[in-house]
Write a protein that binds this ligand. Structure first.
Ligand code: SAH
Length: 351
């Protein structure tokens, strides 16, 4: 049965064939996104006949919640089982502190773009078994709706980071329509300025995004500032090289006018020395970029260490003293294995 969240493009045509006005497609989409309807029965302004026809033709949900965990800091993580038994993860991150509730509160979701990942970054849980398949547009939208359903009625999703499982730039054809749905002002209404796509750095796909949709924030995962080390950590670098990645990032910056983010996972005794920090400073060469430093989240079975506090602080100090804009990603939901790919692996190991 077709997935309705994957059929928004063809819905007007289907409605016309039912003798219905095409604008009802918008109304149905609004029911699912802004109004959080969970079934056709809830779409009370549609005729009973139309609801029955929709019910017979489409399914709204293709995933089931295999596991739902909630951490003390309000982070919630869903392990979703797809129609073919594959599993993906998505996470809701809540801003904490006084006034951080109700309308206007920051509610960020981290979503997956693929089952598994082909990039093979050696420290990452998602790619340990390679890529299984791309997610469909509907499966990407379904993650947003499942996470939105965790919020009280007066709160809405405010930000999206495509930083879950998979390489989003290897699945742009399905991701872009899902992000367009996320922005619909009559639907989830998430501004494009609040959507970030994180990539290992695939220059042709970055260029495509720069030409077609230079509207999102781009985060490029560097993890090393020289080719020898980066190729060890991020094997796809071998065929690409840092110079190409940086040049593509610059072209995206020129096209979008949005400040670039570079991600750097800090791995104890591997890429966290003062020399590594200096080499990152020189690679950045005065670009007005933000560096997002992510202390490594250990993955069971992998031989990497978290950086010590001293090494981490020294690394950050060198960047800051050189005038680099640095942000350290706070650990959220560490106790529920909220780092990408971890919950899926635990579930795989346990079953
Ligand atoms: N494939 C994309 C997006 C998914 S990964 C990319 O490479 O950017 C999102 C970020 O989490 C990447 O920077 C990735 O390197 C990082 N990451 C993966 N595993 C991690 C771990 N165990 N600890 C900390 N960061 C990790």
């Amino acid at each position: 049965m077709p997935h309705l969240l994957d059929a928004f493009d063809t819905l007007p045509e289907w409605l016309a064939a039912q003798g219905q006005p095409a604008w009802r497609a918008k109304a149905i989409r609004r029911w699912l996104t802004a109004a959080r309807a969970e079934s056709f029965a809830a779409m009370t302004d549609l005729s009973k006949g139309l609801r029955a026809a929709l019910e017979a033709e489409f399914q709204i949900w293709t995933t089931s919640i295999a596991k739902h965990t909630r951490a003390d800091d309000g982070t919630e993580k869903l392990l979703l089982e797809l129609h073919d038994g594959q599993r993906i993860e998505c996470v809701l991150l809540r801003e904490q502190g006084p006034g951080a509730e109700g309308a206007g509160a920051r509610r960020t979701v981290c979503i997956s773009s693929q089952v598994g990942c082909a990039m093979g970054c050696v420290f990452c849980a998602s790619g340990l078994d390679g890529v299984v398949r791309n997610l469909t547009t509907g499966e990407i939208i379904e993650q947003l709706l499942r996470l939105q359903a965790l919020l009280p009625a007066d709160e809405r999703l405010s930000h999206i980071v495509v930083m879950g499982m998979g390489e989003p730039l290897a699945n742009l054809d399905r991701l872009l329509p899902a992000l367009a749905t996320a922005q619909d002002p009559d639907g989830l209404g998430i501004s494009q300025r609040r959507i970030t796509i994180s990539t290992v750095g695939l220059p042709p796909a970055i260029d495509r995004l720069a030409v077609e949709h230079p509207v999102y924030n781009l985060a490029v995962s560097l993890h090393a500032a020289d080719d020898e080390l980066r190729t060890r950590l991020v094997p796809v670098n071998k065929a690409i090289g840092l110079a190409e990645v940086m040049a593509a990032a610059d072209r995206y910056w020129e096209a979008s006018g949005r400040r670039l983010t570079f991600e750097y996972v800090l791995l104890g005794k591997l890429n966290d020395s003062p020399e590594h920090a200096h080499s990152l400073v020189s690679l950045l060469g005065g670009r007005a970029a933000l560096v997002n430093v992510i202390p490594y989240n250990s993955v069971a079975g992998l031989p990497f260490e978290e950086p010590t506090q001293t090494d981490r602080e020294r690394f950050l100090d060198i960047l800051r003293e050189a005038g680099v804009n640095v942000h350290v990603r706070r650990r959220k939901g560490a106790r529920i294995d909220a780092a990408c790919g971890q919950l899926r692996r635990l579930a795989v190991t346990a079953s």
